[in-house]
Design a binder for this molecule. Structure first.
Ligand SMILES: Cc1cc2nc3c(=O)[nH]c(=O)nc-3n(C[C@H](O)[C@H](O)[C@H](O)COP(=O)(O)OP(=O)(O)OC[C@H]3O[C@@H](n4cnc5c(N)ncnc54)[C@H](O)[C@@H]3O)c2cc1C
Length: 465
């Protein structure tokens, strides 16, 4: 039970949102000795209940030194991914330790992350509480206005705010900042719909129970992909992602192209169903400004190629907690101190995501015949896809390119485009790895990044003429 008087103090940090990003930020900030208030709109018992594919790699648990999912939190272990071409004739097996991971029981996983954050010393947890907007003291964010569980509106004060309230964050939309985007263009997001379906084992078998399966198909899942993730011998998580302008049609696409394809028994039960939006682009230009840092979906910290955002939201939360501690130590909450959060994000997974964002843009305009051709002819092999997805780069030698030129001879434009893209991906990843440590150099850096995006846009326009 929260003591209401406690809410009048000035916290070191208020974290908005108890998803994977927010609970990680709150946990490590509390561990670092900060006084933390965690605000979540859901009631406590619903924390973690998120519409999701539920797949997460092993790496994040090693990176944060936290326990991997076990027991009721773990639905199954995954060895790797199988990626199919639209005509299903080509299957690329992505098998390396980095592709291994887990399918989690999302609510159990979320509850564990919340409980561990509270155990690390979060001072106040306000559930059923909605963050409404930001409060400013001159140019610095100095708190938030919330609606408490009892309906009362209240102003909460803090030296710093972390916004981890997900894709629909109300806080970023009203921020007063020249370096943070308020809105995300709809072409930079994907609309998803998924169901968790169970059935008696005798009536239907789960295919490839140790792999997540992904089908690329411009017609059946325009702009995204179809997924089939096993959970156990009697259930799977199936869904698809499509361009945002299919809003209103996504459920029909799902029913026809996913459910009817994969559910072969009439004796099924739908355990959970729902849709959601995932940002699939580079992170925000800046994930921080005076008094505030953005984490996870609220900062577009999601892998643009596959839409995986659990891992980066937790990394973002960890980095934000680290920078928050430094800000408290120096008693400086301005962007000058918080800038180092941007440096962490952009030089690590931000570099990878900016590069994959370019690849995503190109993949989204390829038609099924080009996808069938490119994957069928091994213009991109499994190892190359692995290299791209784990580093954002593709280091092909002249010899490799010559071999590909022979394979791509009947579709030379596609090969030329892929080669041009490869060079641009390298260029943008290098730019991100050299993200300026001095905010005064940001504009010049941003200009250079925009130039690379423009080059890829021009290539796409030219190749579609
Ligand atoms: C259909 C679908 C499938 C996906 N599949 C996968 C997958 O298989 N693997 C993967 O890694 N990623 C997947 N993702 C992406 C992943 O779920 C997100 O990237 C990740 O959950 C982001 O975590 P977060 O903490 O930033 O945000 P969220 O998990 O969205 O958490 C935000 C929290 O903030 C709370 N909140 C929102 N507004 C307010 C407010 N005003 N006040 C207080 N609290 C608020 C919410 O209730 C929520 O608890 C999928 C996404 C979708 C939509």
């Amino acid at each position: 039970m929260t003591n209401m008087g406690e809410l009048d103090k000035i916290y070191d940090l208020i974290v908005v949102g108890a998803g994977t990003g927010g609970t990680t930020a709150a946990r490590f900030a509390a561990k670092n000795g900060l006084s933390v208030c965690l605000v979540e709109r859901k009631p406590r018992e619903k924390v973690g209940n998120k519409i999701c594919g539920d797949a997460v790699g092993t790496e994040i648990f090693d990176f944060l030194h936290i326990n991997p999912p076990v027991n009721e939190e773990l639905s199954c272990h995954i060895k790797g991914a199988k990626v199919y071409s639209p005509n299903l004739k080509k299957c690329i097996n992505l098998l390396d330790p980095k592709q291994a991971g887990y399918i989690v029981n999302r609510i159990e996983f979320g509850q564990r992350l919340l409980n561990e954050a509270l155990d690390h010393g979060v001072d106040t947890f306000l559930d059923s509480t909605i963050a409404l907007n930001l409060i400013y003291n001159k140019k610095n964010v100095s708190g938030i206005k919330v609606r408490l569980a009892n309906g009362e509106k209240k102003e909460l004060s803090a030296k710093l705010i972390v916004d981890a309230s997900g894709f629909y964050t109300p806080l970023r939309k009203t921020i007063n900042s020249p370096i943070i985007e308020k809105e995300i263009p709809k072409e930079d997001s994907i609309l998803c719909y998924r169901e968790i379906v169970s059935f008696p084992q005798k009536d239907q078998k789960v295919q490839d129970p140790e792999y997540i399966t992904i089908i690329l198909d411009k017609e059946r899942a325009p702009g995204g992909y179809i997924w089939y993730f096993p959970r156990n011998e009697q259930s799977f998580n199936i869904g698809l992602g499509v361009f945002m302008n299919y809003k209103g049609k996504v459920k029909n696409f799902y029913q026809k192209n996913v459910f009817n394809e994969f559910v072969t028994t009439p004796n099924y039960k739908i355990l959970s169903s729902g849709g959601g939006v995932v940002p699939v682009r580079r992170p925000l230009w800046s994930c921080a400004d005076n008094g505030i840092m953005f984490v996870g979906d609220a900062a577009c910290q999601v892998n643009p190629l596959h839409g995986g955002g659990i891992d980066p939201s937790m990394r973002g939360g960890f980095y934000a907690a680290d920078v928050a501690q430094k800000a408290i130590e120096t008693d400086d909450y301005s962007i000058n101190t918080l800038w180092s959060y941007n440096v962490f994000v952009m030089t690590t997974f931000g570099a990878e995501f900016a590069s994959l964002d370019l690849l995503r843009r190109v993949l989204q305009v390829l038609d099924n015949s080009e996808l069938d051709f490119g994957l069928g002819q091994d213009l991109l092999t499994g190892n190359e896809i692995l290299e791209i997805s784990s580093t954002g780069n593709l280091n092909l030698s002249l010899f490799d390119m010559t071999i590909k030129a022979f394979k791509g001879i009947s579709n030379p434009q596609l090969l030329l485009d892929l080669n041009y893209l490869r060079i641009r991906m390298k260029e943008i990843s290098t730019l991100y790895k050299k993200f300026p440590s001095d905010i005064n150099d940001f504009q010049k850096w941003q200009h250079n990044v925009i130039q690379v995006y423009d080059k890829v846009e021009k290539m796409l326009i030219k190749s579609k003429k």
